[in-house]
Design a protein around this ligand. Structure first.
Ligand SMILES: Cc1ncc(COP(=O)(O)O)c(C=O)c1O
Length: 400
């Protein structure tokens, strides 16, 4: 039988039109290189949208997945399973928090957090204490609760009515923060580094004031570390250097080593909020995904990948600054470990398409931001290859 052609025509015929897929069919990967069906090797500065922290084909990860798959692929949360327990223990040790809930995707971790926050707030006898706030320019996911917390109209328009009792605070605007939070606030959701929003970090004064207001009004701080967490910014949790002390933390993307897995980690404050049947998921905490998660976290520590994220991130930033001095198209560069945003003078997808032709994968976000989220394993030579390619693209364009 002839295999189905993996082309854009077939894609259009088969699927809802919600993804703008790149015009390449990928078959496998090696390290930070992704390989297409015609054998072309692409330097991957996207890493499955920040998922593939270890790059492709890490033997420890593959072995952990195969070993667990041979033993047990799924049993459900009707049972106790070693890999879930081990991973939960690791996450509690890393965070210093008290309880874990596993789900399958980032947006599900956000949904669970909204539910935990509202139920937690219910115990204080104020029926209006249901408000869940987020920050302008944020992204928390695409299910109804998470989408209602998400800022950009492109993710929201046409899907109204949104979840009631949600609202937005202007990013890093302390006076707006002071105005918006009140006794009615159950939780404030934050991304320490906004990813989809174009790589913008919350300021220290904003975090400090948020913590003071938490004391005053008794609400939860929820850190959405779905994109910035698991070592990408140089610390396991992106909030650590800012001492944000969240009550709930959401992890996903790299957590399952490429398999679907997310976690909500909660403090003592919320430890007893959920009771039996209150919340759950059939697949959440799948033992194969948890085994992969354990291998992924071990590799991050064993290979000092957080240090690598710091070093290579700084190198990419330094080199990009040199390019910015040379090319007027570059307007701004923001770098936190291996989360890098380059603001350019036109739609970033124009440059992403040029880079694709040169076999380098970069992502365009927030209209005019080129986003780099490479595997944490990236070497200096590979980073240099990315810089040289961007240099070439800006030079060629300048000469046009
Ligand atoms: C910060 C943040 N929160 C939530 C999500 C949603 O995660 P998922 O796509 O796994 O539902 C994403 C995905 O990009 C994200 O970057």
């Amino acid at each position: 039988m002839t295999p189905l052609p993996v082309t854009q025509e077939t894609e259009q015929r088969l699927f809802f039109h919600n993804y703008a897929r790149l015009p390449i069919a990928v078959t496998h990967g090696e390290g930070v290189w992704l390989v297409s069906d015609d054998g072309t090797r692409y330097l991957d500065m996207i890493a499955g949208i920040g998922v593939n922290a270890l790059g492709y084909g890490d033997k420890r990860l593959v072995d952990a997945i195969s070993a667990q798959a041979e033993k047990l692929i799924h049993a459900s949360n009707l049972f106790m399973m070693q890999p879930q327990f081990e991973l939960a223990e690791k996450l509690l040790a890393l965070s210093g928090l008290s309880k874990v809930f596993f789900a399958n995707s980032g947006t599900e971790a956000i949904e669970a957090s909204i539910k935990i926050a509202r139920k937690w707030a219910g115990q204080f006898g104020n029926p209006d204490k249901k408000e869940v706030l987020s920050l302008s320019n944020c992204f928390h996911g695409r299910t109804y609760g998470a989408m209602s917390l998400t800022a950009k109209p492109k993710y929201v328009d046409g899907f109204e009515p949104l979840l009631a009792g949600t609202g937005m605070i202007n990013f890093n605007d302390i006076s707006d923060l002071e105005e918006r939070v009140s006794d009615k606030t159950a939780a404030v959701f934050i991304e320490i580094v906004q990813g989809e929003g174009g790589i913008h970090r919350i300021s220290q004064p904003f975090i400090d004031r948020l913590k003071e207001l938490r004391e005053q009004y008794n609400f939860l701080i929820v850190a959405d570390d779905i994109q910035a967490g698991c070592g990408r910014t140089g610390t396991f949790f992106s909030y650590t250097p800012l001492n944000a002390e969240p009550d709930l933390v959401c992890l996903a993307k790299p957590l399952g080593g490429g398999l679907p897995l997310s976690a909500v980690i909660g403090s003592d404050k919320v430890a007893d909020v959920l009771s039996y049947g209150n919340h759950g998921t059939t697949f959440g905490g799948n033992p194969v995904a948890c085994a992969a998660g354990i291998a992924m976290i071990n590799a991050i520590h064993d290979d000092k990948l957080m240090e690598n994220a710091e070093t290579i991130g700084r190198y990419l930033n330094d080199e990009m600054q040199k390019l910015a001095a040379k090319h007027l198209q570059i307007l701004d560069i923001r770098q936190y470990g291996l989360m890098i945003g380059i603001t350019v003078n036109k739609e970033a997808k124009y440059y992403a398409a040029k880079a694709l032709l040169k076999h380098v994968l970069v992502n365009a976000t927030s209209v005019n931001v080129i986003r780099l989220l490479p595997p944490l394993t990236i070497s200096r030579e590979e980073a240099q290859h990315c810089i040289a390619t961007l240099d070439e693209i800006f030079t060629e364009e300048g000469a046009e």
